[in-house]
Design a protein around this ligand. Structure first.
Ligand code: CA
Length: 613
């Protein structure tokens, strides 16, 4: 191995080549008795008698433009003021989190965001930003909405956006990893200055922590953007990846390769990498892309290592692959295997597809848009895929058994950055509908998600009914497709207020956030109802320490009134006919809205939520 030292991050010749020495345990070492702060370096590896191309290595923690050369910086000097005392929200269980998935550019690029540092880490440091009409945006909007964690699309150094051409404003989701342990340069104000991206990402984390919001990183260890030219391949050719019998790269990621977490150094790499993001950047959680490409043991080691640093950190991921893998299915971190990963959560595609219709068939409808036959799968979502005496898993659309052992293992959602936004999905599946009809359907869909057991997750901008002009895979679409138009904060103010109240309701009622399957089986009781697209249940016994002894939740996904029988007594109305107030709705005279038990009408495409007095 050879070390190359540089004065600048690119376009200059090396000032020094230093041969490295193989020492104990296969470690190659070189020692330079000088202060090299501000210098850059790469390695060359000689393999089978040939020198491979230069690489910043797999452990580069700082880098210059496009991550080509690793940088030597003083990390302590990048810490914002107060960093030593900085910490994210302390939560006992992941089910207490409300997760908001965003992309740096989506969130801040629109001309009406009121944000100065558009598309940058620093966008989420600006306080009190507003639209032209005065509505809070940026951090202020997050605070107002009440989410507990932002989940930010890949922020490590990825390959696709040319950091030397930032004025061209290229967009990418970032699922093409290059340097796993370095922040992405295009989100910094100066990609050529290796300290800028580190400092500015920390400033972002600090500013969010200061208002009580945690930061979840989207991590993509399952594949790299390149094959033979990746930093893994240029460091240890062949080692970090799985291969087919003919020697070609296997491709469970659908992106040309898949990594081999069952190999010791790949597993160590993932564990050490996430721990570094926590220790250096104070990250509060991780979302693993195509998690089932990794093996169960690796994910358990990841969760254990993170919990040891900070018990509030949580881990969730996509419990599936994008293609077949040489890794046996029994070893994969699949949704169906989550019972073997007690500290890991998986996305529920069950509730997602059952509520809004199948993700890959734009016209398909779901429970909330009037298609019958999804009731049992929605119930599977309501009980967070845990065993429940009143749920018949044989009728599940996607899963046929209670795969979760606890609700802390389930992330509920109806849409994310992938596939159509909820707004676009509803437009395509509800031909002839009005926008008001579709917003009403979105409210019902999200009410199901936010009242279900498990952890709720929403896609940024759904609260203002953002769309992506019907583009289902916008990974490199321009800002004109991806940026959230914050003018919608005023246009769809009622929708935003509904989401705000929905989040308040969940946060103020632990009954929606039970932590064990037993508690759900005991306290969540479904009512017998006899109509399609109708579900009614109660949360009883002051579940999970809730102040309410009984909460009644009824969903009518049909386009007609439904009539349900509820027990005699006085019930306080929290949600009805497309309106929701966590403190209770009021009637025209401003008096608390109450109803008596007996036969009650639930309006079309709406939720009825009641507290028993
Ligand atoms: Ca990059």
């Amino acid at each position: 191995m050879r070390l190359n030292l540089y004065d600048t991050d690119r376009n200059t010749a090396a000032v020094k080549h230093i041969d490295m020495t193989l020492t104990d345990n296969g470690v190659w070492r070189a020692s330079v008795p000088e202060n090299l702060t501000g210098k850059f370096y790469t390695f060359n590896v000689r393999h089978d008698g040939k020198w491979l191309a230069e690489t910043p290595g797999v452990w580069a923690k700082a880098a210059g433009t496009n991550g080509q050369r690793a940088a030597i910086i003083d990390f302590a000097a990048t810490n914002p003021e107060g960093w030593a005392d900085d910490h994210g929200p302390r939560i006992d269980n992941i089910t207490d989190a409300v997760i908001y998935e965003m992309h740096h550019r989506d969130y801040s690029m629109h001309p009406n965001s009121g944000i100065v540092n558009k598309g940058k880490f620093l966008a989420l440091t600006e306080q009190d930003t507003r639209t032209l009409a005065g509505s809070p945006t940026g951090i202020a909007h997050l605070k107002d909405l009440g989410v507990t964690h932002v989940h930010i699309l890949p922020s490590y150094d990825y390959n696709s956006v040319d950091e030397s051409q930032l004025p061209s404003n290229n967009y990418n989701w970032g699922y093409d990893p290059y340097n796993y342990n370095t922040p992405e340069g295009s989100y910094s104000t100066n990609p050529a200055d290796p300290t800028a991206r580190v400092r500015e990402m920390k400033q972002m984390v600090k500013a969010l922590h200061d208002v009580g919001i945690g930061v979840v990183m989207d991590v993509v260890y399952n594949h790299t953007s390149q094959n033979d030219d990746s930093n893994f391949s240029l460091t240890a050719p062949g080692y970090y990846y799985r291969h087919r019998a003919d020697g070609s790269y296997s491709d469970a990621s659908g992106c040309g390769n898949e990594t081999a977490s069952e190999r010791q150094q790949m597993r160590n790499f993932i564990v050490n990498s996430v721990v570094n993001w926590v220790k250096e950047y104070h990250i509060d959680g991780f979302r693993f892309d195509l998690m089932a490409i990794h093996d169960i043991e690796t994910m358990n080691q990841v969760a254990a290592a993170l919990k040891e640093v900070n018990p509030s950190i949580f881990v969730y991921g996509e419990g599936w692959t994008a293609g077949d893998s040489p890794l046996p299915a029994k070893d994969r971190a699949l949704k169906e295997n989550v019972s073997a990963m007690p500290q890991v959560a998986v996305f529920s595609d069950d509730i997602r597809d059952a509520v809004k219709g199948h993700y890959s068939n734009a016209e398909d409808r779901g429970f909330a848009t009037g298609k019958p036959g999804n009731e049992e799968t929605v119930k599977i979502g309501i009980v967070a895929s845990t065993a429940h005496p009143q749920v018949d898993y044989s009728k599940g659309n996607n899963s046929k058994f209670a795969y979760a052992t606890a609700p802390t293992q389930i992330i509920n959602y109806v849409s994310c950055h992938d596939d159509l936004t909820l707004t676009d999905k509803l437009a395509k599946s509800m031909p002839g509908s009005t926008e008001a009809d579709r917003q009403r359907a979105a409210r019902l869909a999200q009410t199901i998600v936010f009242t279900s057991q498990g952890t709720p997750f929403m896609f940024a901008g759904e609260e203002v009914f953002r769309d992506k002009k019907g583009v289902h895979n916008s990974y490199k679409s321009p800002d004109s497709i991806n940026a959230i138009d914050w003018t919608l904060l005023e246009k769809n103010a009622d929708q935003n207020e509904y989401y705000r109240q929905l989040i308040r309701l969940r946060k103020s009622h632990p009954a929606f956030r039970m932590t064990t399957a037993d508690a759900i089986a005991r306290n969540l009781v479904f009512d017998k109802v006899d109509a399609p697209n109708l579900i009614s249940y109660s949360l009883k016994n002051n579940a999970n320490g809730d102040p309410e002894k009984e909460i009644k939740v009824i969903f009518n996904g049909s386009d007609k009134d439904a009539v349900v029988k509820i027990p005699k007594g006085i019930w306080r109305v929290i949600a009805r006919d497309g309106r929701l107030n966590a403190d209770g709705l009021t009637d025209a005279d401003g008096k608390p809205m109450e109803i008596k038990g007996g036969k009650v009408t639930v309006e079309p495409t709406s939720a009825l939520i009641l507290f028993r007095k």
